[in-house]
Design a protein around this ligand. Sequence first.
Ligand code: IVH
Length: 675
Amino acid sequence: MSTDARSKIEKLREKIRYHERKYHEEFAPEISDPEFDKLMDELKGLEEVHPKLATPDSPTQRVGGEPVDEFKEVTHTRPMLSLDNTYSAEELREFDGRVRRLLPDTEFDYTVELKIDGLGVSLHYEDGVFVQGITRGHRFGDDVTPNLRTIRSLPLRLTPSVVPGDIEVRGEVYLKHKAFEWINAERKKAGEQLFVNPRNAAAGSLRQLDPRITASRPLNVFIYGLTAPEETPFQSHDEALAALEEAGFPVIERRRRLPTIEAVIEHCLAVEAERGRFDYDADGMVVKVDSFELQEKLASTAKHPRWAIAYKFPAEQATTTVERIDVNVGRTGAVTPVALLAPVRVGGATVSRATLHNEDEVSRKDIREGDTVLIERGGDVIPKVVEVITEKRTGREKSFVMPETCPACGAALHRAEGEAARRCTNAACPAQMRERIIHFARRAAMDIEHLGPKIVDQLIEAKLVGDVADLYGLTVEKLLPLERFAEKSAANLVAAIEASKGRGLDRLLFGLGIRHVGERGAGILAENFAGLDALIEVAKSKPDQLEELQEIGPIMAESLSRFFSEPRNLKIIEKLDAVGALTELARPEATISQVLEGMTVVLTGTLKGYTRREAAEAVEARGGRVAASVSPKTDYVIVGDEPGSKYDKALSLGIRSLNEAEFEEILAGRLPGPG
Ligand code: IVH
């Protein structure tokens, strides 16, 4: 074997590691992805020619793996239970009381450590080599081994003889704040939907069917325990974690072995006080009885171990000032107040906006421009204003007055009776137009790939589009002068727009963004009308007839009638027809695919693109049932912004939770792999 090859391989590895560090730790890549791939291919090639020089720590070991259609479901060797929660020192003392009653006259220590807000995984090693990794689930999980391999902090081979070679450990996959912000910044640049919080981003990244996508997300892992401690030489949790650390695992931080619950409480509160300084999301501390023998004695209930408990930190709060109250105009013209804040760090993220929902909320909380406010950030990036700190008022604050006219176009705003929102009445409003085009392109509507909010802004700015029909007039030549467009990206966008022409009447109706016409409504209309003309005819002249259709009520009928009586809208439809976008619009061949047939879905939190009702309708339209609470029978939990306890319950039962993007995949007829 030539020393030449050896030194070439070593040099390449060093170079690759350097660029990996730039990418995964500093988020400042110096070379492009294809250039990086080229280096990796070169190394792979050399290692193939010189198999003896291939080492387990080579960067090539972390890549590879072809995309899969779905994940393999695997049974855990032991259930992955969840932890019971406490929220105060008092509750921790009660936990201590329960443990002591179960262990009379026994002396023992506790181990306390951070609780990471990420995704639980179980990792299997054989002969010291990482062989399989499975996502958390009570009894079952998804085999995500190729994805876990891409996590650079996860050892692929353990330091020999520090821990048994055949070992199963459990831990939490997470994203550092910096990594999360970087991923979102990149997504924003690409006009893609942003992740709500680091946990969602980590979950979305780990559950990629294509490991190459996971590899591009700088995920991390912390190990917090052993699955079967009695099969190891270790007597206690603290001892085991110390050994795991020595064996090369990144072990959960702020770990302390302490003799009394009072010392435990002191440590919990001390860590709570400094948690703003962590560069990842920690949502509390975990208190565990240290001795494995005692853990076994205490055993578990069906859901939680009796030997451990979580102490949850309260939602992180901060004070800042409201610099301005701005208003946003949505697709349907709803005008929402938003507080622009002096940037402040809360829970590791910098926040500068808080939604104020509607004018009633602003007056109820009496939030004024210039006010000092207490804001709170739960797991999510968009925080809420808890209250105004009135003692800080100087008298120079300005009360918020909801504008009478649209901030984007100057048209009158109208607040309908019984509604919290004021709406812009101008159908040609540019702000509404922007949102309507974005909506039209959405996956559940016309599904135009490559057309995100950023691009829409560019198109409007360049006056290339004024309504959705103008999209079909775009050409490569027209796009090329725009920033960020090259021959290939321009051609891709034009092709994606072209491909949307035959989407079907249901998607077009939904995509037009007619108020009160959600996906379900659009589907019913499409089933009952042979084409758009027939629907327009009835909507204009005999809207009452629409109400005869099952599930179409007077509100939707009235809205349709209004929409199709508006000359501006009819003109857009004419234009769509002229460019050939309606040609294949005759009755859709298949009705909505029944992907959720027989399944139970629970909704929690606020979705960006759907009201609760629209989401429920969309689920039902696909054969699913929406339940109010999470139970072991739940198939999916759809998690929006600020999810409630249903989300925690889903996690604890190991039920597959989906973010909005994944939900939309289902709506488009594609079920994610089993969870
Ligand atoms: S111990 C049998 N320790 O919290 C108990 N879990 O509800 C096993 N988690 O999603 C859990 N940090 O993945 C334990 N230091 C820690 C943890 C931790 C985060 C996660 C775990 C699960 C949830 C428990």
